[in-house]
Ligand binder design. Structure first.
Ligand SMILES: C[S@@+](CC[C@H](N)C(=O)[O-])C[C@H]1O[C@@H](n2cnc3c(N)ncnc32)[C@H](O)[C@@H]1O
Length: 282
């Protein structure tokens, strides 16, 4: 295919998505075409148009192509597991920053992290891929997430450094001798209040599981438990990092100050100056 034909295909794909869904980015059209090309080089243009139509109906891109991208890594995708969101890269980059500076201080030392609510394993895999001395314990409440995280660790050759379990928050990690040994705990918790999930965010539940979004009556049920339950697993000076929703910074700060379990914290901002993650130190 000539570059001009490719350009035309990109415009067609973007137009199909935009016409139905009201919003489409050129980068989505590029991703669809690239994925179709790598999966079916012979018939990629008709496949790309077919995928564009599915995307226009609201299906997440990763479910259509079978692939997700997060912080430079390629991940397998499946129904009933949250597709990693771009804003979660803010959290991922902060995790990388903390661990890379620990690795610089002592390059020989093994680093340890828990990825709680691991979903597809996006955070566990991206961070383990970037930091060779890191071991990760990843856990999620759903079997689908645990299975996909295992599959992604194997897909990226990281299975020797990522252990996956299933259960409610830290319960599956208790009694394994991990208490007091972690450099860092990370979680992208569900944080949408139940009532708004039912109303304004109802579309999310058509394609992705409730466990990924439902943060209880005020949206902070899981992250309140996280603040309480992470410290026993952390080393002295260990870090807890988590994402939260737009507009939740004040309630998160109030919860942190009320608990008095952490010595220090700061927020990480998105490109618009809104706080979207917190970095706490024990
Ligand atoms: C917002 S998703 C994040 C998934 C993934 N870490 C990411 O960044 O895309 C929240 C995840 O937490 C999991 N989860 C919800 N409640 C949980 C609980 N009580 N214990 C463990 N995991 C939980 C969900 O199944 C879901 O995979």
């Amino acid at each position: 295919m000539e570059p001009t034909d490719l350009q035309q295909l990109k415009v067609q794909v973007a137009t199909i998505i935009a016409h139905e869904a009201g919003s489409a980015t050129e980068s989505e059209a590029e991703k669809i075409i690239e994925s179709a090309r790598s999966r079916h080089p012979e018939a990629f243009s008709s496949l790309a148009l077919e995928w564009a139509a599915k995307r226009a109906e609201g299906a997440p891109l990763g479910l259509i192509t079978g692939r997700e991208h997060f912080l430079g890594i390629d991940l397998l995708a499946r129904k009933d597991v949250l597709a990693p969101r771009e804003e979660t890269e803010i959290l991922g980059k902060e995790v990388l920053g903390v661990l890379q500076s620990l690795a610089q201080e002592d390059p020989e030392r093994e680093l340890r992290m828990i990825d709680m609510g691991c979903g597809s394993g996006n955070l566990a895999c991206a961070v383990a891929a970037a930091i060779p001395r890191l071991r990760v314990w990843a856990s999620d409440i759903t079997a689908s997430c645990a299975e996909l995280t295992r599959a992604n660790a194997a897909h990226l050759g990281l299975q020797g450094r990522i252990e996956v379990s299933q259960g409610d928050l830290f319960a599956p990690l208790a009694n394994l001798g991990l208490e007091g040994t972690m450099d860092l705990v990370v979680m992208n918790p569900p944080y949408i209040p139940t009532a708004s999930l039912e109303k304004s965010h109802a579309g999310l539940l058509q394609h992705e599981p409730r466990e990924a979004f439902d943060g209880g009556p005020y949206g902070v049920s899981i992250l309140t438990r996280l603040l309480q339950e992470a410290p026993p697993f952390l080393k002295k000076d260990g870090h807890l990092l988590f994402e939260f929703g737009l507009g939740q910074a004040r309630i998160v700060q109030a919860l942190v100050e009320r608990k008095q379990l952490y010595s220090d914290f700061r927020f990480a901002m998105d490109g618009h100056g809104d706080a979207r993650a917190i970095i706490l130190r024990l």
